[in-house]
Write a protein that binds this ligand. Structure first.
Ligand SMILES: NC(=O)c1ccc[n+]([C@@H]2O[C@H](COP(=O)([O-])OP(=O)(O)OC[C@H]3O[C@@H](n4cnc5c(N)ncnc54)[C@H](O)[C@@H]3O)[C@@H](O)[C@H]2O)c1
Length: 277
């Protein structure tokens, strides 16, 4: 059995991923950090000030199954085991449904949902086979629990991550697996998420010019992100607390709970969806 535990984190060059890496480093874990932006990833990793023996960086486009396989191969070759997998990379797009192009859908679902499917498919069998206690944290969002207007592809991707993770939770529990799973569901956090297009690959095209309603939504998102009170480090600390407690739902913004309850009440009482406040 290995003594030093190892964390694999996607989207580690910025925001919540970098904060997860910071916390894992403080906890003495080996780090395997992946991001599509290799230059920013290298700078971010340098800021962690950890011994290079404990660090592996890999440029990874999480939309690609073969690149997630390469990430898993590299992590196991280098450190022999993985104890924490954070499927965290994500992108957002603020557009009404009729202003989403097919490439917008493919990009957002590729980065936010297929990445998690690939991550679970590649890492979980290896974690199960190792038989050691391990945990998977999938970064969903409050947008995985409610349906905020102006972010359909994002909402679909995050609801997908939430239900994939809930299903997996039941299955792992029913089979007494040594592997646990949690979902991190933040509301707004001041990170690079509002500038997701900066790392949009050329093969994913570009978003169309926003109409009036989409532009207002984008502006609102920008404001909400800039004025958010909880930090990426708060998300990382909440995540590590939950993993320690084997708790599934990580919802650091407690103000979201009433919106989630309203949605469930709409469903249980067969009401039409209540506008989000
Ligand atoms: N910031 C928020 O308000 C917020 C709220 C809820 C959920 N989230 C989720 O948190 C996660 C992290 O986002 P963040 O807020 O730290 O944003 P961020 O933009 O600061 O970080 C996202 C990272 O993902 C990387 N990335 C983008 N496309 C990639 C790809 N194809 N392959 C690999 N890496 C890729 C980016 O390069 C970036 O380093 C995302 O899943 C996001 O949806 C964020």
């Amino acid at each position: 059995m290995t003594t030093t535990r190892t964390a694999v984190i996607t989207g580690a060059a910025s925001g919540i991923g970098l904060a997860l890496a910071r916390r894992a480093a403080v906890d003495g874990m080996n780090l395997v950090l992946a991001d599509i932006d290799a230059v920013t990833l290298a700078t971010a990793a340098a800021s962690l000030n950890i011994n290079p023996d404990r660090l592996l960086l890999l440029k990874t486009d999480v939309r690609k199954a073969e690149q997630i396989k390469a990430l898993a191969d590299a992590a196991y070759d280098r450190f022999g085991a993985v104890h924490l997998l954070c499927n965290n990379a994500g992108v957002a797009l603020g557009r009404v449904v009729w202003e989403h192009t097919i490439q917008d859908w493919e990009w957002v679902l590729g980065v936010n949902l297929w990445s998690v499917i690939y991550g679970v498919s590649e890492f979980l069998p290896r974690m199960q086979a190792a038989g050691e206690t391990a945990h998977i944290v999938n970064t969903a969002s409050a947008a995985g629990l409610v349906s905020t207007p102006g972010m359909a592809a994002y909402n679909v991707s995050k609801h997908g991550v939430a239900t994939l993770s809930e299903t997996l939770y039941h299955e792992l529990k029913a089979t007494n697996s040594p592997v646990g799973v949690s979902i991190l569901c933040p509301a707004w956090v001041p990170t690079g998420i509002g500038r997701s297009e900066r790392n949009r690959p050329a093969d994913s095209g570009a978003a169309m010019e926003p109409g009036e309603f989409s532009a207002a939504i984008e502006k609102g998102m920008g404001k909400a992100i800039a004025s958010a009170r909880l930090s990426a480090d708060d998300m990382a600390n909440a995540t590590f607390d939950a993993v320690g407690e084997k708790r599934f739902y990580i919802i650091p913004h407690r103000g979201m709970i009433s919106s989630i309850e309203t949605r469930f009440k709409d469903i249980s009482e067969l009401r039409n969806p209540t506008p989000l406040s």
